[in-house]
Design a protein around this ligand. Structure first.
Ligand SMILES: Cc1cc2nc3c(=O)[nH]c(=O)nc-3n(C[C@H](O)[C@H](O)[C@H](O)COP(=O)(O)O)c2cc1C
Length: 208
């Protein structure tokens, strides 16, 4: 008689609550406003959220045009960074649990890929995975003015579940510096994940 099969090691493991609630994927694409991505990484690091960063080549170009910050310094803000060509990275699979993804800033090129499911880069693949797993995807799309094709693309992305959150300044918060404007946008994006990093001066709240 063959001896009974040993239980697989996985069966011995205790059942755990789904992980990933403290993980966010951050994408930085080549739209103007790289500062939004940088500030987002900085804030998330400060409040202990595990960030998984993917940056496009064009983002590196605009980083050099818009700041004096080096790519290595951006990557150092993240918990883990991936090459945008590494389609086998953890964030390319739905089995890698996360709370969702923010692309800030998000170019028209990237939102177009996401809206159509083209996923030719890790960034658009990771965004597509977030949508298929019904997790939260927030796109800080920056372009102006917008033609009808852009507007249709944004509608398509919204219809498949993405949240379109352009970086629109809120003057009711009476910003005094560019940093105030950036913080308000970053804070409102984090609101969409129920993360309050204390950046938002809220309308009619007691602290005004
Ligand atoms: C300095 C700079 C600013 C740019 N600003 C924008 C922008 O605001 N919005 C946009 O959609 N594209 C912008 N572009 C063009 C994108 O970088 C370009 O379309 C690129 O192919 C986007 O690729 P990615 O989505 O892989 O980052 C800008 C390019 C440069 C160099």
């Amino acid at each position: 008689m063959p001896s009974p099969r040993k239980p697989k090691s996985a069966a011995k493991k205790s059942v755990s609550i789904a992980s990933g609630s403290n993980r966010l994927i951050v994408g930085i694409s080549g739209a103007s406003g790289i500062v939004y991505g940088l500030r987002l990484l900085e804030v998330l690091k400060g409040i202990g959220i595990e960030t998984h960063l993917v940056m496009s080549k064009s983002a590196e170009v605009s980083l050099a045009y818009e700041t004096t910050v080096k790519v290595a310094a951006v990557k150092a803000l993240a918990h883990t960074t991936y090459s945008n060509t590494d389609i086998a990275a953890a964030i390319s699979s739905g089995s890698f649990k996360t709370r969702g993804m923010i692309i800030a800033p998000c170019s028209i090129r990237s939102v177009s890929e996401i809206a159509t499911g083209v996923t030719s880069s890790l960034m658009s693949r990771a965004a597509d995975v977030v949508l298929k797993e019904r997790r939260r995807l927030v796109l800080v799309v920056r372009e102006s003015p917008l033609h009808t094709g852009h507007l249709r693309t944004l509608t398509q992305a919204s219809e498949i579940g993405a949240i379109i959150a352009p970086p629109m300044p809120a003057f009711y918060a009476q910003p005094e510096t560019l940093a105030d404007l950036v913080d308000h946008t970053v804070g409102r994006v984090l609101d969409l994940f129920d993360v309050d990093a204390g950046l938002v001066r809220r309308w009619r709240s007691d602290d005004q």
